[in-house]
Every structure is written in structure tokens, then in C-alpha cells.
Design a protein around this ligand. Sequence first.
Ligand code: NOJ
Length: 537
Amino acid sequence: MTRPSPAWLRSAVFYEIYPQSFQDTNGDGIGDFQGIIDRLDYIRSLGCNALWINPCFDSPFKDAGYDVRDYKKTAPRYGTNEDLYRLFDEAHRRGIRVLLDLVPGHTSEEHPWFVESGKASPNEYSERYIWTDFWIKGIKGRPYIGGECERNGVYMLNFFKCQPALNYGFKEKTESWQHLPEDPDCLATRAAMKDVMRFWLSHGCDGFRVDMADSLVKEDDGNKSATCAVWRDLLTVLDEYPEAAMVAEWSNPAQAIAGAGFDMDFILDHPGNCYNAMLRDYENAATGPGDHSYFKKDGGCAPEDFLQDLLARCCDAQGGYLAWITCNHDTPRPSRSLTLRERELAFSVLMTLPGVPFLYYGDEIGMRYQEELPTKEGGYTRTGSRTPMQWSCEKNMGFSEADAEALYLPVDHQPGAPDVQSQEGDPASLLATVRKLTALKAQEPGLDADAEFTSLVPSASHNTDSRRIWVYRRGDLLIAVNPAGESAICTFPSDRLTAKALFLIGTAECRVEPPCDTLTVSMGPQSFCIWKTESAR
Ligand code: NOJ
């Protein structure tokens, strides 16, 4: 039986924090737990009621902490375990839940389990990772490393060189050194990961964002049935913590939710999917040069180009939720390609789609992607989305008291760099728009994660002068967006006959055309509107 998702997810709005860059309070140039605690009131003021904190565990930081050296110990640069427990408490006092980042597919090469497993003499950890049984025998078609340990074998990687793959087995055993997922050594890996989950949950954490959740069982292609089975076992830990929530980095809701038992699955920025088509279609060989994104004024993309994928994902997410990101620590900030108005429209849609929105720190003020930054902690091109939060126009934009050269990454000092303080109190700011949207989401049941969703235009029975207008319904709310530079008008049959605007960007009008049950929606250029509707019957 699948575990029911916790009820709080229905009205959750997450805020993702890259802890290195959020708020430094001890002047060492890097963010810390106290900094997050100090900013919890700000996070609550954004209307966010949940956090996802990127890995904050002991690590050599060759991949920004996704190379964990000790799953049960925080990285000293952020503070102690007690500081993190205090963060949980302070967050809970404000009605904010905290998800940590669980990295179950690999550890750091410096993790004591790995160090032990590389020893020539067999020990408890010898099969904790995936090793061949002879040094010259490679692992077909998979990255592997030899020459580093005394053991007679090579080991498989899960991502970078510093991240050896933990052993959850192979779907089928075709080599003598492979294990099946139910072999005792693979069950021991699962038990170790359950122990990590229990450790943090018992100290007040509210669940996990799970890194590369689809990567556990190897050669598990097609429907990932073997990895799903492992997750159904790992997630039994949550029977003891029914309020905890799990979000998968999987981007396949049928597998992640129905198959594996996650509560949410991210739609990642992958060329060809609906998220990419809406926000980030500027580096996609299939659509060619230029920015075709739906929210680009001149993007050209129309709802018919992404609706099929979006609706299929909504169907696949039944029993759980799609997780919609404004951005994340792996993705160029939306401000790289979208103007302020285009982002306002994009965020409005992301906050009103079925599922759970995730706001990436700094996107609420329009922080910019920093092109050409040298790579930091394995960030490469991702580094430009990981720069310090811009709080004010004071020293280091309020991020840290350290000298500028000592900062984790440089702050954006270029003219026009946005900051929180300057946008506070400005009703025309992006910050104000984000707050209005989250307030509406908290107030309107129609914007709950699981409220009814119907796409109305385009459809078989509408008329319009524009390919780009999109109209959908959430519960008793009617929502329309026109990203184009020209006005658009459409008519469609509806049993909803009164409509009161609750939220508006640009200009929009919705009226009933008597005598039949037809609604006409007229949208000005680059406009978005939410109407509360009532049925006349
Ligand atoms: C996905 C994470 O989001 C990314 O930042 C990391 O580098 C890889 N997984 C490897 O853990």
C-alpha cells in the first residue's frame, strides 16, 4: 500500500537554499546555519512554508557537498549538528518545514565506508560499493576508476570521479562480481541509508529532497522497476514519520510517484519537456537557435507545443505532486533569458499549476546568472547560479562581513544588481509580485496542489485570434496568460458565468456573451490574470 502524502504539501511553497551563499554570520565568507535562522522571518514573509537545503554535511566539497564524507555530521563551515537542530526548531516555530538533501547513490571517495571498501583485506564494507573482482576487468559502458586502492579491482562511479557508486545491485547479474538487489550486501547498503534517514528525521528534519533518486540499481533501464522496488523499501522508514515528505530528483513522475512511492517529483530542465519549452528553450538543438520559450515575448512557442507533455505528467503524478522550480542550483537563473515581465508571467503560471512550487533563493528579487565565473566546488557552468544572496546595497550586498576576496563566490556588484532591501515596500517589485502570488495560493483552495486542473484553451471548441493565449481552470479559479507582445482574445464554452479578478499583470477582461454559455477572455500584451468564478446555475 502506498503511504498517503502529508496534507501540508497541498499548500506548500518551498524555498531552496544553497547554504554556501545564503547568509554568513561569522565573517568567514561562507553562509551558515545561523544565517538561515536569522532569515527565517524573511522566508516566511515570502509566503514560503518549507525549505530545501542543499547538502550541508561533512564533505571535501568537490561537488558542492554532493560528495558526502559523513552523513550524520554537519559540515563545520555551516555549524554543528546542534545548530541544525536549532534551525529545525526555529523553522517549526514559524510554520516552516525543513527538507535536507539526501544523496543515496554515492558518497565521497573520502567516506570511511569507501576507504574500508578499498582495502585488500575483506571487511564489513567490501561490498558497500560496486567493485569488479580483477583490476584489469573494466565495467562495460560505465565510468570506473582503478589505481587508487590496494584492492584487486576497479570501482564504479555514479557522477564525478570523487563519487563512487553505492552498491544497490544490478537488475540482472551478468558478471561474477555483480550483486542482485536482494543480496545481503545490497540490503546492508539499504539498511545504512535507512539509518541515515532515521537519524535526521528523529532530530526534527521534515523529509528529504533525494539526489539522483533513479540511479540506485544499475543497468535498470526501461521502467526502473528494480530501483522503484528499492525505494518502496527505503520509504517504509516514513511509516514512522507520517508527516515527512520526499521529493525525488527523477523527472519521471510515473516512476517516482506511483512506482517508487515519492510524494513529489521535480520536472527538471530537460530539452523537449514542458518546463524547458515554457521557460528555457534556448539551447535545444531540436528547436534551433534563438529563444523559443513560451514566456518569451517573441518566443513563438504556443501551449499546443507543451500541453501534451504537461498533461501527461499531471496524469502520471496522480497520488503525488509535480514539483515546479523557478530554478535550482544546477540550472541557469531564469533572469538569464527572461525579462522582468516575462519572469512575472512565468512565476505566476508556476505558482498556479497543479503541484508544488519551489522558489530558488534570489529568484524572488531577480538575481542574475553570473556568466563566465570560474568553476567553484565542481559547479562549472552551474556556478553562475550559486552566487551570494543580495540582501541590501551595503557591504557584500549584506551577505557577509568578510573581505570581498574571501567570499565563497563574488557578489553581483554590476549596475542594476537587485537586492531585497530596495524591493521591500515597492509594490511594483518582483518581490511584491511573488508575495501576492503566495498569499493568493495560501488563501484560495483552487490553488492547492491537488485542486482540479483543466486546460480550457486551446481546445477543440474554442475560437481565438492567437496561438499563444492559454486559459486553464483550477477549482473555481479561471486563469489566463498571454505572453505575446500583441493582444489576444478567445471565446470558449463555460458554465462559469461571473468572474471577479483577484490578481492581474497587464490588462485582462473576462465577460459572458449572452445568451449562450460562452466566456470571452481578452488579454493585453504580456498579461496574466486570475479570476474567481461562480456558476450561474
Ligand atoms: C544532482 C545534483 O543536483 C547536482 O548538483 C550534483 O552535482 C549531482 N546530482 C551529483 O550528486
